[in-house]
Write a protein that binds this ligand. Structure first.
Ligand SMILES: Cc1cc2nc3c(=O)[nH]c(=O)nc-3n(C[C@H](O)[C@H](O)[C@H](O)COP(=O)(O)O)c2cc1C
Length: 332
């Protein structure tokens, strides 16, 4: 979870407890500006490439050889290849990539021993990736994340599809599982709206081999975001969840704040593009800088963009990573 939410401590803690912790690569250079207020730094590492390597190593150390440390790099990020290579060199076990189709990911990692996990919202997207990877690189995904419309952050759906039964995980999973089986049978990981082992068991019946959680991990002791973010999650009600289009070109689900109210009323501030962090963002044409507002949220600024999934309404307290993992584990 970017920007600055799934950092080394949350990632390493999930891995240490036996899970797959996923570190978000986007915007780390700018997050570190705020955590380490040293003005020169932003000119040294604006795209967070060195910071990412540092965070991956810290997560691996905390994991202590348990679980796996994955890195999420969005295809829409302008320094995608450099970030992927930095993560691999630092020892990441897997690269998880969505917000676009990661067509050339196998070429970027070459012969490195790292698992490649695309994120998709449809069977069609997975089929395109599998066909292309097989023809161009002789490689298949090591797993796939299927993100349904209840997830937090950017959503790979049109707004009118979000509540449509045909686009819910239960409908999409069997189709994705069929493609995964056709291309060698790799694990299918369901994400979006998973709260506990009841959800995991239900999704398993539709073809999921594993589940991924986002929102519930924001409100953990180990998550590095400002306490205000966690408090907003605890207080959130259904009326607080808003979907709006972001400069990434996709709908994003966020918590309602005064800033979001203003944006919904088409009242935007002037802004300056610092680093062109998104290859898909055309600063003169978009209404606001998403990176600025995501970083503001991680820092607890009321003017932040607080990404959250529909499960935010179920968050009642701040808990430990171990408690979240126990809740999704049917054996616990
Ligand atoms: C605060 C937040 C930030 C997120 N940021 C990213 C991101 O940077 N990249 C990404 O691929 N997915 C991102 N996601 C999606 C999550 O990785 C995950 O798939 C999804 O939230 C799972 O659904 P859940 O939140 O209902 O558990 C984000 C989700 C949240 C809640």
């Amino acid at each position: 979870m970017g920007v600055g939410i799934s950092r080394w401590r949350l990632t390493g803690s999930v891995a240490a407890a036996g899970g797959v912790g996923t570190l978000a690569a986007q915007g780390l250079g700018r997050v570190s500006d705020l955590h380490r207020p040293d003005a020169a730094r932003k000119w040294i590492d604006p795209h967070g490439i060195d910071t990412l390597a540092h965070e991956v190593r810290a997560a691996l150390e905390l994991a202590g050889g348990q679980g796996l440390v994955a890195v999420n790099v969005m295809v829409a990020i302008s320094h995608f290849e450099e970030l992927v290579r930095a993560a691999v060199q630092a020892g990441a076990h897997a690269i998880v990539s969505g917000a676009g189709l990661p067509m050339d990911l196998p070429g970027t990692v070459g012969d490195a021993d790292v698992a490649l996990i695309p994120i998709v919202s449809s069977a069609r997207a997975l089929r395109s990736i599998c066909r292309y990877w097989e023809i161009e690189y002789g490689r298949r995904p090591d797993a796939v994340v299927v993100e349904g419309p209840k997830a937090g952050g950017h959503l790979g759906y049109k707004e009118e599809q979000l509540d449509d039964p045909a686009f819910q995980l239960e409908a999409i999973l069997p189709q994705v599982a069929e493609i995964a089986a056709t291309f060698g049978g790799f694990p299918v990981i369901a994400a979006g709206g998973v709260w506990d082992h009841h959800d995991a068991a239900r999704l398993a019946q539709h073809g999921a081999d594993a589940v991924q959680l986002g929102t519930r991990f924001v409100a953990t002791d180990e998550c590095d975001v400002h306490p205000h973010y966690k408090e907003l999650m605890v207080r959130a009600t259904a009326e607080d969840l808003v979907v709006l289009r972001t400069p990434v070109g996709m709908p994003g689900r966020v918590l309602r704040t005064p800033l979001i109210e203003r944006f919904l009323a088409q009242d935007f501030d002037r802004f300056k593009c610092h680093f062109r962090c998104l290859s898909v963002c055309d600063a003169p044409k978009v209404s606001y800088c998403i990176a600025d507002h995501l970083i503001a949220a991680a820092e607890g600024d009321p003017d932040g963009f607080y990404f959250a999934g529909t499960n935010a309404v179920r968050v009642e307290r701040i808990e430990s990573v171990a408690a979240v993992l126990d809740a999704v584990d049917p054996r616990a």
